[in-house]
Write a protein that binds this ligand. Structure first.
Ligand SMILES: NC(=O)c1ccc[n+]([C@@H]2O[C@H](COP(=O)([O-])OP(=O)(O)OC[C@H]3O[C@@H](n4cnc5c(N)ncnc54)[C@H](OP(=O)(O)O)[C@@H]3O)[C@@H](O)[C@H]2O)c1
Length: 276
């Protein structure tokens, strides 16, 4: 599996696992933890979660999944914007650590921008780094002008996690080139369009048939086609997980890419950052 360098020189697998919608039903939790564990077996060791998901329930599922295997995993969690202040971020982080049953996060993100000034959040994040509670920090759903506001903080921002898939290509116009100049990877969320209409698109189905793979695998391989993108599909089913972990065998041809560009045109001008 390809690995992607973070600004601090460490590397992470380019393909990780999402957890949104996990932990919502008690009856599903054991199976969800098993699927995350299978993902670990398959090399999908970066696991993305958030205090928001199932009100902390997804973090608890992740804790079950990584029990006894913490050192294999690269755990990412996210704080609500209202918790991103100097006073509240340490408490939110501590609560996430407790639910994850760990004493540090590999990466802690501001989930989206709220009313807390960004420089206050950066300072609070840096304090958590200094205390060893988090290894590094980053942001999510921040557009280029928000990132610019980070000022000097930008140099220690590990990633910006944004919506990126064939149906949502706006970030290609400015955010992806901007991040590339900073050597900061972008984390693509909802890379298979939440398993919806994207996977039934005729062009995607045609290209998938040509390669003998599934439309989701083409959608995923497409997000991973260039450098500097980490993709974090969520898959609870074993079949989906195995498909996703296998996308490395797919080499999209110039013809495939041209067909995808024609069906899902790249942006010609600035678009405001799309988010879910
Ligand atoms: N920062 C943010 O604001 C933000 C927003 C959204 C998401 N995220 C993160 O990004 C992760 C991924 O995004 P997402 O969950 O919104 O959407 P996604 O990963 O694009 O789609 C997940 C859906 O696609 C299905 N799926 C996965 N692999 C598949 C395959 N190979 N074939 C067919 N269907 C497949 C899953 O089904 P099964 O589960 O049944 O296998 C699930 O229903 C989230 O889980 C979360 O961790 C972050």
């Amino acid at each position: 599996m390809n690995r992607i360098a973070l600004p601090d020189g460490s590397t992470v697998p380019a393909l990780g696992q999402g957890t949104w919608k996990m932990g919502e039903r008690g009856a599903d939790r054991a199976a969800e933890a098993r699927s995350l564990r299978l993902g670990l077996d398959l090399g999908l060791t970066l696991i993305d979660t958030a205090e928001m998901y199932a009100d902390g329930g997804a973090e608890e599922v992740v804790a079950t999944a990584v029990a006894g295997r913490r050192q294999e995993a690269f755990l990412v969690s996210k704080a609500y914007p209202q918790n991103a202040s100097a006073a509240r971020l340490p408490r939110a982080c501590e609560a996430s650590l407790k639910r994850l049953n760990t004493d540090f996060l590999d990466l802690y993100l501001l989930h989206w921008r709220g009313s807390v000034p960004l420089d206050e959040t950066v300072e609070a994040m840096e304090k958590l780094v200094a205390q060893g509670k988090i290894r590094r920090w980053g942001v999510s759903n921040l557009d280029v002008e928000d990132l610019e506001e980070l000022g000097e903080g930008l140099s220690s921002c590990a990633t910006d996690q944004v919506l990126y898939n064939l149906e949502a290509r706006g970030v290609e116009f400015d955010l992806l080139p901007y991040a590339a100049r900073l050597k900061m990877p972008v984390m693509a969320y909802s890379p298979v369009g939440q398993g919806g209409a994207l996977l039934r698109h005729a062009t995607l189905k045609r290209i998938a048939a040509r390669h003998g793979v599934s439309p989701a695998q083409i959608a995923l391989a497409w997000t991973l086609r260039g450098p500097g993108v980490i993709s974090i599909p969520k898959a609870s089913s074993e079949a989906h997980l195995r498909e996703n972990a296998d996308v490395w065998k797919i080499v999209l041809t110039p013809e495939d890419l041209a067909e995808l560009d024609s069906a899902f045109p790249p942006p010609k001008r600035k678009q405001s950052l799309a988010m879910l």
